[in-house]
Ligand binder design. Structure first.
Ligand SMILES: Cc1cc2nc3c(=O)[nH]c(=O)nc-3n(C[C@H](O)[C@H](O)[C@H](O)COP(=O)(O)OP(=O)(O)OC[C@H]3O[C@@H](n4cnc5c(N)ncnc54)[C@H](O)[C@@H]3O)c2cc1C
Length: 411
């Protein structure tokens, strides 16, 4: 049977849920299409940081200088699966171009503009869904393991984009992070304004509960077809036959094919990320902390320590690489030698563009499809702001910022 809706949101991760809730709040009839019991995606397994300090794109001149050695060293924080190198060559070529100084600076400015309203946007949505207690406004740390790392650190570009960051000594670090072994490391950079989530899954469940309570209809399934038709867009899939006046495409790393069906060729791929979890009845660390050269975060969360991060370029189909978990496990023990065997291991798909900017905005072929994906390392952080922009576009209002840097046809 062909069903009708005013607005269909494709994807039930953090971005799709925030969009559905915002649009319903604004009085629209909304239908959300996503697999119902999808609690294992990027939005659940991430590092839980509302990273309003993370203004730097992944691609920078430094990364470009070291790209070959990074990519082809299996232990590096930015590695590529060897058998994916050929298929990823076009994405990598664009990525290399985005590492050039002027491009990287423009990308940082575009990211910073989206990040500026995120703390308020998150506070508002957490209050609305009853999740304020899950926000931990206690800052985060970049941890220097060696004196050389500390000396090489340079936060001028961060400060120029409005980020508050303090360099702290080893002794000061000991006060902020009492669980660290004595004498390890050479100090840290402290981002005092960072807010972290005590439990991303709990926050997502609250969000889903609010989405359901406000009357968003749900269809359990995957959209496989998207076609423009008279009066709207027709979405099809197994048990899906829905006509919508507008479609919000928020299917994370799986959005590329649907975007192409809407007429937009977007170089979306995935940066696969990993996590390990250690159950800890009492907190092992207090604050979220990143050993800068290792590319992962220690994330203290409710009842556990999550070690999350690193990038593996390898597409959506290949299974997780046990080697990546082993490297993270070794790295985590280098800093916390008493860590036992992890209790859980996970891999997820960041939806990533070569310029580290998300895709937010109307389809090139018409405003009946609005794109909202590709948030890379910052999807948790940027979801509420993305939802505000999407709601403005649906209502025909000017968004709170210039969205030209995020448009789908910028490539
Ligand atoms: C290890 C790791 C650590 C991270 N840490 C952080 C962090 O600390 N802070 C931060 O801001 N970000 C972080 N991120 C990034 C963040 O998790 C992602 O950017 C974000 O979750 C993307 O959300 P999304 O809703 O776009 O996609 P997803 O969460 O992937 O959701 C996509 C949804 O679309 C559905 N879907 C896919 N295809 C279809 C289809 N055809 N039809 C219907 N539904 C479909 C999926 O089932 C899923 O429900 C991290 C990511 C990783 C991997």
């Amino acid at each position: 049977m062909n069903m009708q809706t005013e607005i269909a949101v494709i994807g039930g991760g953090i971005v799709g849920l925030c969009c559905a809730l915002r649009l319903r709040d604004q009085g629209h009839e909304v239908t959300l299409i996503a697999p119902q019991d999808d609690e294992n995606g990027a939005s659940y397994g991430n590092a839980g940081v509302i990273a309003d300090y993370a203004v730097m794109p992944v691609g920078t001149p430094d990364v470009l200088r070291n790209l070959p050695s990074l990519l082809f060293n299996r232990d590096s924080p930015l590695a590529i699966r060897p058998n994916a190198a050929l298929s990823l060559a076009p994405w990598l070529a664009r990525f290399a171009r985005e590492c050039m100084p002027q491009r990287a600076e423009a990308n940082a400015r575009a990211i910073a503009a989206l990040l500026a309203p995120t703390p308020n946007a998150w506070r508002a949505i957490a209050a609305q869904i009853g999740g304020t207690d899950l926000l931990k406004p206690i800052g985060s740390l970049y941890f220097f393991e060696t004196e050389a790392e500390r000396r090489a650190s340079d936060f001028r570009a961060y400060r120029a984009l409005g980020v508050e960051v303090e360099q702290i000594t080893r002794d000061e670090l000991g006060q902020l992070q009492p669980g660290l072994p004595a004498h390890i490391g050479a100090g840290a950079a402290f981002f005092p304004r960072t807010v972290t989530l005590d439990d991303p899954t709990a926050m997502l469940r609250l969000l889903r509960g609010s989405v359901d309570a406000t009357g968003v209809q749900r269809i359990d399934g995957q959209v496989t077809g998207l076609q423009r038709a008279a009066g709207g867009v027709r979405l099809t899939g197994h048990n899906i036959n829905l006509s919508a006046r507008k479609v919000i495409l928020a299917a994370g790393a799986w959005s590329r094919e649907l975007a192409a069906m809407a007429g937009d060729r977007v170089p979306l791929d995935t940066e696969r990320g990993y996590h390990l979890e250690y159950d800890c009845p009492s907190p092992r660390l207090i604050r979220q902390m990143t050993p800068v050269s290792r590319g992962f975060y220690f994330c203290p969360m409710a009842g556990r320590l999550r070690v999350a991060g690193t990038v593996e370029l390898g597409g959506l189909k290949a299974p997780p690489s046990p080697h990546r978990w082993a490297v993270m496990e070794r790295g985590a023990r280098a800093i916390l030698p008493d860590l036992p065997e992890p209790d859980r291991r996970w891999m997820g798909f960041r939806p990533s563009l070569p310029d580290s900017r998300p895709v937010i905005g109307p389809s090139h072929a018409g405003g009946d499809v609005i794109h909202a994906y590709g948030h890379g390392h910052l999807g948790l952080t940027l979801a509420p702001v993305t939802a505000r922009i999407v709601a403005d576009l649906v209502a025909g209002r000017d968004p709170e910022m210039d969205i030209a840097p995020y448009r789908p046809n910028r490539f």
